[in-house]
Design a protein around this ligand. Sequence first.
Ligand SMILES: Cc1ncc(COP(=O)(O)O)c(C=O)c1O
Length: 455
Amino acid sequence: MKYLNNILSAVGNTPLVKLNKINKGLKPLIFAKLESANPGGSVKDRIGLSMIEEAEKNGRIKPGGTIIEATSGNTGIGLALACAVKGYKSIFVVTDKVSSEKINYLKALGGDVIVVSNAVNHEHPDYYITVAKKINLETPNSLFMYQYSNPANPEVHYRTTGPEIWEQTDGRITHFISGIGTGGTISGVGRYLKEKNKDVQIIGADPFGSIFKTFHETGKITTGQPYLVEGIGQDCLPKNVHFRYIDKVLNISDMDSFNYARRLSKEEGIFCGGSTGTNLGITLRLAEDLDENAIMVFIVSDTGERYLSKFHSEEWLREKRLLPSEVKTLKDVTLAKRKNKIPELVFLNPKDKVKSAVEALDIKGFSQLPVIDNGESVGSVREAKLMSMLLENPGLLDSEIEKVMGPGFPTLDERTELVVVRKYLSDSPAVLSTEYGRIKDIITRYDILEHANFS
Ligand SMILES: Cc1ncc(COP(=O)(O)O)c(C=O)c1O
């Protein structure tokens, strides 16, 4: 007879599936690592089991004990599965952003679920992690798993997911793409793959609004903005995100994430959640610039069944104004401007003389111009500010622009939705729009007002 001793033995050893249609015209081989094929339907089954096994090994959980976790749902399901088999009680604290399918699933596996608001920040007493910690203190013989800093989280990916991917690609993987929630997947897999071959590129796929990309690039912690994709991105830095194994973090919008998740389901039959769409979108974007030697693996974090009442439903997408035809991006604004025959991007070089900036502002009638050096945004010149500096010190006319320029305009991918762009335009009069990393256009507040409502 061929059988497993219990359902927990079915966790891991997930398939690697080649993409055949959605990547049409791209040169790399692209594979989906099907974590949705775990018995609980997500990548989190691995850590549910490993965190409990680690606690058992260290004597931190006793028979009849209670497992407590703050979770976006999937970790809860992984833990609840293990608790069901091993006979522990479980209590899960989730935010009201989590789909009702996930909440009902947790209950079906025997867990107690406490729902708190998603609209409070981490200093608020109702923050979901704070609530979980409090329940832990009040419940005898209980253990708070805390996936955000529990070392058994990245460890299981180092021990299992990483080696599986390495073996399944015959050691030929060149790019690994994963979302970052607790950081467990990317840190554990990243560490393993880098040990095997330091040149494997480890890429974080991050929703616009999350703080990871900016932190990775500048070391600065910014204020997070709300977004709709579940399970990935953060407004603070979990201990389990080990940035030393991450080469690059790239952003993508909610609309693109959901769109790619729906296409993966429709075109390849891989039914998945929104964070998988985030991973796929970034993978396809990177693949544009790679050749046939690239072998890319992205994580299918969970199954689409969990989101049937959310982005897999047209009504929900319409309500959230996320249907592609109803949402405008920076690229739409550029196209509308071109229809009205506004010329290509005008910019200044930091070594140009201030005189030429005055001419450009005056003759062409711009009120601000970007300063670009070697394709990078390095500063900006704003008419009002420059004029007041010149009134005080006319000698500046012969100085170089870098002496008088202000901070550069924010740079955003041209596929960024205008709802996201609007947030940037409250602090800056303009943003720069990029196509695959190359600056293509400047979009001002005026452009948005003028063109955003075109039909
Ligand atoms: C749907 C989904 N995708 C991705 C992730 C991110 O994985 P990790 O926490 O290992 O960074 C999570 C984590 O909660 C998740 O629920």
